[in-house]
Design a binder for this molecule. Structure first.
Ligand code: AHR
Length: 639
């Protein structure tokens, strides 16, 4: 890998003193986007796919209301099945299944669902089954629910009897005694009659923090273990959408799940919207991350309709006559998060089970939008109103998809004009870029907008990628007075449905893997400080960009944390200026991540790279050997 040489990070500031400066307390966070099945089939714990028969060919060619479903006519049962929309549970959820059971045979007539690549269950756990049914014939119909494997072995079952009188929700608990994957959920009617079926759901009781309509516990915990200071959601390109009709509208995502408005996912699948804004806010609260919801800036994605293909429709602006209503939606979002329970939207939050406010502080407007007059006009309309009505909210603007170029320049010009408090920069670049841009923010004009590095990744999951990201992150800490926040992207990818690489976390139905990049993010995030101490680490005479270091202090604990990165081929000695640090304590820990540059952690192999923690003798700070291809995090106890 070619590297550019420049003064390494610890020495790159003109000020050579060891003075400290205050840095952002919100520096390292996460960015969640429903991409690569990150939500449905991922973080959202629902096990039934296409639970309300709303999939269609507009989501994906070959998809329809019966995708992931199978018509079951075993044991000489017969009847008919159709998809209807005349009398749905709720007009927002228009399709449902109609089962006409002429003969229920020995085993019952019904449907089975294959989940997301099979349903995975764990021994000893309980699963909440629920379904909306409308008994359309005079007599009650016994219904059996079963989790079965390919051979027909039953892993959990329940039975109930339908009642007349319109749509009714039925709830059962399935207890599972054996761990299994590739299961299907069967719903079988055991007597002749007519049944309308909708919103078939199976949730593990063991969701993250036991929340209803909750999140997959292991994946949510993996995110929580990053100790993110904030979480940006729900995207990305998902926010501004593939054309105006596909723009993410937060109001469609709250309330009872069967009343939410589902839609196509810009990443070529479907959004059930079971994971909606209420669940996002609740998750942020559960993991102690500040919520950073992003709303579209009144324009769709510039790549709408596949702009790179002939016939793409490109960026479109909402009609100006719709903008007042759209701006009201943004104001209502702030009220939903922070308003009192007697306000219109605060009451909706309380009705969902959360009377206390969510303490929203940041709102993002736009996502790497093309800087056009259409964009600028609409952004300003939204921004001016939010600023005037909610001075307590910090708006995050956007400066295009890349770290330089026309959109970036235009975006910054616009940000300066409007005094936007923070702008969102995105870098998907080669590892070399992260090394040669270590000084990027050292000379940033501190009087201009602060920066949120909302998406960055060095195009790979090898150790060398993670180390170049780590080197760059030392510069984020050093410039934590102007860089307010930073988040790696994307966060989650289902290994069978990955539409973007690399990602921070890969998962399948039963496990997830921490990439080396994950460990780097974690080491920085759990070792964040609130002040930066300049010029603490020196590398003996060497100024190669593969070496980088930072030093922060955490005022809550008094701990001093030194991070040293060596993304190069040779071990190097470093000196940590003990006097400047005025270190009394002898208690310290070293957390080190090192290995071969092209090693990576993958889902189906034992972990190759894991940080190793050990006691550290502070006497050796005077001459610490930094191994080749390593990140060292030295945490010295303050008290
Ligand atoms: O992180 C994946 C995508 O990258 C995001 O949706 C978009 O903002 C960027 O182009």
């Amino acid at each position: 890998m070619a590297t550019t040489v420049f003064a390494q990070s610890g020495n790159s500031e003109k000020d050579k003193s060891t003075t400290t400066k205050t840095i952002s307390p919100d520096l390292f966070g996460v960015f969640f986007e429903d991409l690569s099945y990150a939500a449905d089939g991922g973080l959202y714990a629902e096990l039934v796919q296409n639970r309300s028969f709303e999939y269609s060919a507009s989501d994906k060619k070959d998809w329809n209301s019966l995708t992931a479903w199978e018509y079951i006519t075993q044991g000489y049962s017969y009847g008919t099945l159709s998809i209807e929309s005349a009398h749905p549970v709720h007009p927002n959820n228009p399709h449902y299944l109609l089962l006409n059971i002429e003969d229920s045979g020995q085993e019952g007539l019904g449907i089975s669902n294959s989940g997301y690549d099979g349903i995975t269950v764990k021994a000893g756990e309980q699963y909440n089954f629920s379904v909306y049914l409308q008994q359309l014939s005079p007599n009650p119909i016994p219904v059996t629910v079963q989790l079965r494997d390919k051979k027909g072995t039953v892993y959990g079952a329940a039975t109930f009897i339908t009642e007349s009188g319109g749509w009714k929700k039925y709830n059962n608990v399935l207890t599972v005694n054996q761990t299994a994957d590739s299961l299907k959920l069967f719903v079988l009617a055991k007597k002749p009659g007519k049944l309308a079926i909708d919103e078939v759901s199976l949730f593990p009781q063991n969701t993250f923090k036991g929340e209803a309509n909750g999140l997959r516990a292991d994946l949510a915990q993996a995110i929580a273990d990053l100790q993110p200071k904030f979480m940006r959601f729900p995207g990305g390109c998902l926010v501004h959408g593939d054309g105006l009709g596909n723009m993410y509208r937060w109001k469609n995502t709250i309330g009872p799940v069967e009343q939410r408005i589902q839609q196509r996912n810009i990443w070529n699948y479907h959004q059930s919207i079971g994971l909606g804004f209420y669940e996002y806010f609740r998750f942020c609260e559960d993991i102690g991350a500040k919520p950073l919801p992003v709303v579209a800036a009144g324009v769709s994605c510039q790549n709408s309709g596949g702009t790179w293909r002939i016939g793409g429709i490109g960026q479109k602006g909402l009609p100006l006559t719709d903008m007042q209503g759209y701006i009201q939606d943004v104001l209502d979002l702030i009220e939903y998060a922070n308003g009192p329970v007697n306000s219109k939207w605060g009451a909706q939050r309380a009705a969902a089970g959360h009377p206390k406010p969510f303490n929203l502080q940041y709102v993002g407007i736009g996502n790497e939008d093309k800087q056009t007059d259409d964009f600028r006009l609409r952004f300003k309309m939204i921004y001016d109103v939010v600023k005037a009505k909610h001075p307590e909210i910090t708006v995050v603007g956007t400066v295009g998809p890349s770290p330089s170029g026309d959109d970036y320049d235009q975006g910054w010009k616009f940000a300066n004009l409007l005094n936007i408090p923070i702008v969102d920069e995105h870098f998907y670049e080669r590892p070399e870029w992260f090394l040669s841009n270590n000084a990027r923010y050292d000379t940033y004009n501190r009087k201009k907008s602060e920066v949120y590095i909302g998406e960055y990744a060095s195009q790979g999951n090898d150790l060398i990628n993670a180390l170049t990201e780590a080197a760059f992150m030392t510069s984020i800490e050093r410039n934590g007075d102007v860089v307010r926040m930073a988040s790696y992207a994307p966060l989650l990818a289902n290994s069978k449905h990955t539409s973007w690489n690399p990602n921070l976390i890969y998962f399948n139905n039963s496990k997830w893997v921490p990439t080396v990049n994950y460990y780097v993010q974690q080491l920085f995030s759990v070792n964040q400080g609130d002040s930066y101490i300049r010029n603490v680490v020196t590398f003996n005479g060497i100024t190669d960009s593969t070496l980088a270091a930072s030093c922060v202090k955490d005022s809550r604990t008094g701990d001093i944390i030194i991070k040293i990165v060596n993304a190069g081929t040779t071990a190097t000695s470093s000196k940590i200026d003990l006097k400047a640090l005025n270190i009394q304590s002898k208690k310290a820990k070293l957390n080190i991540l090192k290995g071969n540059p092209n090693d990576k952690n993958t889902l189906n192999e034992p972990l190759k790279l894991v940080p190793i923690v050990s006691d550290f003798d502070t006497k050796t700070l005077n001459n610490y050997t930094v191994p080749a291809y390593s990140l060292s995090v030295i945490r010295i106890k303050g008290r």
